[in-house]
Each structure stands twice: as C-alpha cells, then as structure tokens.
Design a protein around this ligand. Structure first.
Ligand SMILES: CC(C)(COP(=O)(O)OP(=O)(O)OC[C@H]1O[C@@H](n2cnc3c(N)ncnc32)[C@H](O)[C@@H]1OP(=O)(O)O)[C@@H](O)C(=O)NCCC(=O)NCCS
Length: 213
C-alpha cells in the first residue's frame, strides 16, 4: 500500500532524505507518495531547489500539523537537538513517523531500526545492532556488531562506529570519525570530523583529533 510521506526540513539532509525516499520508490514502485517538504523558513535557494526537483513546499510545521494531512513524516534536520524539538512537537500532535532505508544500504541480521530513522546509500550495519528512533546514518557510515545507538543520533558521512559501542541519545559523530570498540559516547556529545575516539566520551562533551580529546 502506498504511504503518503512528508519530509520535514528542506536543508541539505532534508533533500538527501528525499533522495532516499525516491530511491526506495525506484526499487519498490509505489512505496511512498512523496507529498512535499515542510519547513518553517526555507530560503529562496532552498525553495528554488525544491521547485527544480518538482517537490512542493507545504508550509511550516505548525501549518502542516493544523492540516488534516495524514502523511507519515520523517525529519531531515541534521542537528540532533533541533531535530528533537521538531520530533517532540510532531509526536505530541499524534503524527506517525516513517523509516527510510536506502536500497543500497547493507543491513545485517538481528538489526532493529526505529521509526523516523534515515539510512542512506552505502551505509553498512553489522549484526545484532539496535538503532533508535529518528537516527540519521549518513552516506557510507558503518556501524559494527552488537552496537546500540539511541534516539536522535547523527552519524555523519563515512564515520566508522566499531563493535560493542553504546551511543547515547542526540550524539553527533562527525564525518569520517572512528569510534573504537567497546566504548560509550554520552548523551549529546559531539565527536569532531576525522576524530579517532579511543576512550569513552562524557555526556555533553566535545572531542576532536587523533586521539580524540
Ligand atoms: C569538532 C567540532 C564539533 C567543533 O566545533 P566548534 O566547537 O564550533 O569548533 P570551532 O570551529 O570553533 O573550532 C575550534 C578549534 O577546533 C579546531 N577544530 C574544529 N573541528 C576540528 C576537527 N574536526 N578536528 C580537529 N580540530 C578541529 C579548529 O581548527 C579550532 O582550532 P583553533 O582554536 O586552534 O583555531 C566541529 O568542528 C566538527 O568537526 N563537527 C563535525 C562536522 C561534520 O561532521 N561535518 C560534516 C557534515 S556532513
């Protein structure tokens, strides 16, 4: 059955999220009826880019929530704390989230992926992995065996999360970073691009460099 879908956020990751939904439709025709993008204040450039690809701008989040649209939603906003505030608003209104997994992502056995999550092209998820709600796995990120990723985490392009890692909610793992096996990353921490994380990271901390400090 075709599911109506809106993407919230027309920025870079929002439009990449549209790419994932369109790739799913090419692979399994009729999966989603992509209604458009909801965004509180899209710039002229973003509106032009959406128009160019034939995707309507549907207005602000509150305008969409006030409408009778029954579409599933996915939030394509890369920043975890901004994403959380939008998810809280939309969930409180009783809207349901879709899960988008690109057909060229590799998903192993015994993997759970929560509603609202977006898994991009080239991602590899190993075995026995738990991925929460509204998680973004950007292109070519990898997630190792027995790892747990909580809600609202962003793993940026090319990052490598090793096995047996625990990533708590709203963490951002920068592009190309490596998290070594068995470590924990505390809630809302930031791991810089290209960092190599060799020790567990405290809640809310920012670490960068090799080794990450
Ligand atoms: C690490 C990070 C979170 C720090 O952000 P910030 O606190 O705003 O840092 P600033 O830009 O103010 O830079 C502070 C210092 O850290 C350095 N720095 C910034 N990012 C760094 C990184 N990833 N690795 C090493 N050093 C870094 C800066 O050069 C600067 O050094 P200086 O004080 O000697 O001039 C951020 O730079 C980062 O890497 N975020 C991930 C971004 C990402 O993944 N982008 C891809 C999106 S698809």
């Amino acid at each position: 059955m075709t599911q109506p879908l809106v993407v919230i956020g027309g920025g870079g990751f929002g439009r990449e999220t549209l790419d994932v939904a369109e790739a799913i439709n090419r692979s399994r025709p009729g999966t989603f009826d992509i209604r458009g993008v909801v965004d509180d204040a899209p710039s002229e450039r973003i509106r032009a880019l959406l128009e160019h690809r034939g995707v309507p701008w549907l207005g602000s989040v509150r305008a969409w929530l006030a409408s009778s649209d029954d579409a599933l939603y996915v939030v394509g906003i890369g920043n975890p704390s901004v994403r959380r505030s939008v998810v809280d608003l939309v969930d409180a209104a009783g809207r349901r989230a879709a899960t988008l997994i690109h057909p060229r992502a590799g998903i192993g056995s015994v993997v759970t992926i929560g509603a609202g999550s977006v898994v991009c092209s080239g991602v590899e998820v190993s075995t026995n992995v738990s991925i929460g709600r509204h998680v973004h796995l950007n292109p070519s990120a990898t997630v190792g065996h027995d790892t747990v990723i909580a809600d609202l985490v962003s793993v940026n392009p090319g990052a490598i999360v090793s096995g047996d890692v625990l990533i708590e909610r709203e963490v951002l793992i920068g592009a190309g970073a490596v998290v070594l096996q068995g470590l924990s990353i505390g809630a809302r921490a930031l791991v810089g691009a290209s960092a190599c994380v060799t020790r567990s990271v405290a809640t809310g901390a920012t670490v960068k460099g090799v080794p990450a400090r």
